[in-house]
Ligand binder design. Structure first.
Ligand SMILES: O=C(O)C(=O)C[C@]1(C(=O)O)C=C[C@@H](O)C=C1
Length: 358
């Protein structure tokens, strides 16, 4: 068996090799960046990034698990992309919200991430070209759809270029060191709903106040003695709070799904894609059935359907549908073409690499 110092020497040698290889990779990315600059091509290519990650996952023989491989290579790609041109990303802030975590997970720490006060502002920043992309929440596995985000697609021409899943682990945190000192709890509406059972069992008589985000709650808890927040671990770190109770959400598997919005979608199929469309049907019997039939005919799986009022005329609805596959795949293209023919209104919101639920 090798000794501790022998093992560490070997690790040092390998780290030097990794470093040299990383810089070789970075120089190649710089060359790619030069070509893109000359040709006016986008620096961020979501389909290519997703393909790199899934290929590596395929050949990975461990012991590193797939989620570690993805996290490491996302950071490598983020650093290489930043050498070409730092990606500017607006997200629903403040710092340490779950949307911030989603933006970091997707674009990596070498990106220029900018917190915004509202979902509307994220859309505006992207529309005005002040940032390249935006990250907004679209649905939670317990609480359902974020109406505000989905309705924004009625009034914008922005496209979806990616999706991100973040597992929502909620903790109770405070400047106080003991639960008995907590007299008031702050959090976001969704987080309070998800922790309701824990709150009624552990802090039954305590005042609970809704605020705009879990991160805002943590900020308030850091300033007001005797208060606590329900928020993420990142918020506890940022505001230097003690975690008094871990994972207080009702279900241990609780995800929020986020969308990446931009001027274009992910143009090239990655092999593991989704497509989002919105449409309205004509007011005739069986219209929705006829609209969705092409998906069955061409064997295209529907992963979600949501209806929302158009807000133009009472009782008129628009449907939002997510399907598995890229709009450039033959069977998807055919199904979408036939769907379009049955609709009074139809728009492709974008094709994009499917996110990883981890
Ligand atoms: O292949 C490219 O287009 C690159 O710019 C390289 C690279 C990478 O580091 O692998 C970086 C950014 C793109 O989003 C995709 C991939």
């Amino acid at each position: 068996m090798k000794s501790l110092s022998e093992l560490r020497e070997e690790i040092d040698r390998i780290d030097r090799e990794i470093l040299a290889l990383l810089n070789r990779r970075a120089r190649l990315a710089q060359e790619v960046g030069e070509i893109k600059k000359k040709k006016g091509l986008p620096f961020y290519v979501p389909g290519r990034e997703a393909k790199i990650l899934s290929k590596l996952e395929e050949i990975n023989q461990g012991p590193l698990p797939p989620e570690s491989i993805r996290a490491i290579f996302r950071e490598i790609i983020s650093a290489c992309r930043a050498l070409e041109e730092p990606t500017k990303v607006a997200f629903l802030g403040p710092q340490a919200t779950f949307t911030h975590l989603a933006a970091l997970k997707h674009f990596g720490t070498s990106s220029d991430l900018r917190p915004m006060d509202s979902i509307q502002e994220v859309f505006d920043e992207v529309e005005k070209g002040r940032v390249d992309y935006g990250v907004v929440p679209i649905e939670n596995s317990i609480e359902g759809i974020v109406n505000y985000t989905i309705d924004m697609f009625l009034d914008t021409d922005l496209k979806i270029s990616g999706e991100i899943f973040v597992s929502v682990n909620l903790h109770l945190m405070s400047k106080e060191a003991e639960l008995s000192k907590v007299k008031k709890v702050y959090s976001h509406r969704h987080a309070i709903a998800q922790a309701r059972k824990w709150l009624s069992e552990n802090l039954p008589k305590i005042e609970v106040e809704e605020v705009s985000s879990t991160a805002k709650a943590a900020e308030l808890a850091s300033r007001e003695p005797g208060t606590a927040a329900i928020a993420s671990e990142a918020a506890a770190l940022l505001y230097d709070l003690n975690i008094l109770a871990k994972n207080i959400q009702e279900l241990s598997k609780n995800f929020t799904r986020f969308l990446v919005i931009g001027k274009t979608d992910s143009e090239f199929p990655s092999g593991r894609d989704k497509t989002s469309v919105m449409f309205s049907t004509k007011h005739v019997a069986g219209a929705l059935f006829k609209a969705l039939q092409p998906f069955a005919v061409y064997d295209v799986n529907l992963s979600k359907i949501e209806s929302r009022p158009t807000k133009k005329k009472p009782w008129e609805y628009v449907f939002f549908v997510d399907i598995e596959g890229h709009r450039k795949e033959d069977r998807v293209a055919k199904a979408l073409e036939e769907l379009k023919e049955t609709c009074s209104f139809f728009k492709i919101l974008g094709s994009y690499p499917a996110g990883f639920k981890e």
